[in-house]
Design a protein around this ligand. Structure first.
Ligand code: FAD
Length: 290
């Protein structure tokens, strides 16, 4: 279908963009790569009267390190993340995850900011950001700035903590410890599909056992989910079968997917458990034994 008509704006600065969004109110939406928003507009599931294109704002692009912490500009594309040596060295889970998003065409336009601000539980990056303990830098009208933890940002499907006039300017991801283990495991029906269920794991190993662990889930709830009980279950273990089973069961217990074209709720819940088990094993094998 053809989207409804809209007025196109192309601000040149963050302050100009947030002032525009604030003055245009609910009828306006930021436009990043357009690979979630434009399909929604074509389906008439979104009918904004104004699109505020963030593509002209130079300060929103690129990966840098500030005080040892990764700062990823919101308009950095998934393809740019994959090609980044800094990301490869400090948070390789972002490359593994980006490579599982859609296909090269989508990844060359889709941005990290759009992926995490969209609020679609099917997006892959929110769970990974929660596992990394990342935060989002937000800029509002009049130069107001604040930072919100990814774990506090999501309120429901397509509902986030973004306030009127705010844009997400950067993702700030603390470096996981050197030698950490990581994995993102995603079950999808075909290339270009969203997850039936997926799991992210970041862990560290000390003296042969897991010292710290974060486990998060994609597309089995209204938002990405933090599987705290599952993570607690594996700490202090070397991932013996009984522990793995307990962790899997704990992750399945918090999953509440809908029955849809990807399978029944019961099937998708089981897939979430399988993804957690696979991600834990792979992350454990990858982790250096400190
Ligand atoms: P846009 O579509 O431009 O924007 C998305 C939403 O976020 C809009 O509401 C917009 O207003 C808002 N927004 C964007 N940037 C900002 C900002 N800086 N501040 C505030 N609000 C902002 N994604 C996955 O995660 N996994 C997949 O498997 C997957 N498969 C896909 C398959 C296909 C065929 C397609 C077309 C897309 C797929 N996507 C998938 C989505 C893709 O990754 C999107 O590009 C991404 O979700 C949104 O990024 P974008 O830059 O395109 O944002």
């Amino acid at each position: 279908m053809i989207p409804g008509s809209f007025t196109y704006h192309k601000p040149q600065s963050i302050s100009e963009a947030s002032a525009l969004l604030a003055s245009l109110g609910d009828e306006a939406r930021p436009l990043a790569g357009g690979h979630s928003l434009i399909p929604m507009m074509k389906l008439r599931m979104a009918t904004p009267q104004h699109l505020v294109d963030l593509g002209g704002i130079a300060g929103l692009k690129g990966v840098t390190v500030e005080n040892g912490t990764l700062v990823i500009g919101a308009m950095t594309t998934q393809a740019e993340l994959i090609a980044s040596d800094l990301i490869k060295a400090q948070a390789p889970i972002l490359i593994e995850t980006s490579l599982m998003i859609a296909d090269p065409q989508v990844r060359s336009c889709g941005t990290i900011g759009g992926n995490v601000a969209n609020g679609d539980p099917g997006n892959d990056m929110p769970a990974v950001m929660m596992a990394l303990g990342a935060s989002y830098r937000l800029a509002g009208p009049g130069g107001a700035e604040r930072t919100v933890a990814a774990r506090d940002f999501y309120q429901g499907a397509y509902f986030t903590d973004l306030q009127p006039g705010e844009i997400l300017v950067a993702v700030v991801a603390p470096n996981p410890p050197r030698g950490h283990g990581y994995a993102y495991e995603k079950m999808k029906r075909k290339i270009g599909d969203y997850a039936t269920a997926a799991a992210a794991v970041i862990l560290t190993r000390r003296n042969g056992v897991i010292a710290d662990c974060a486990i998060t889930l994609t597309n089995v709830g209204e938002t990405a989910l933090v599987a705290e009980e599952a993570a607690r279950a594996v700490i202090g273990s070397a991932l013996d079968p009984a522990t793995l089973k307990r962790a899997t069961a704990a992750a399945e217990a918090i999953a509440s997917p809908a029955t849809d074209g990807r399978g029944t709720a019961a099937y998708r819940t089981k897939v979430a458990g399988v993804m957690v088990a696979r991600a834990l094993r792979r992350a454990f094998d990858r982790a250096a034994n400190a």
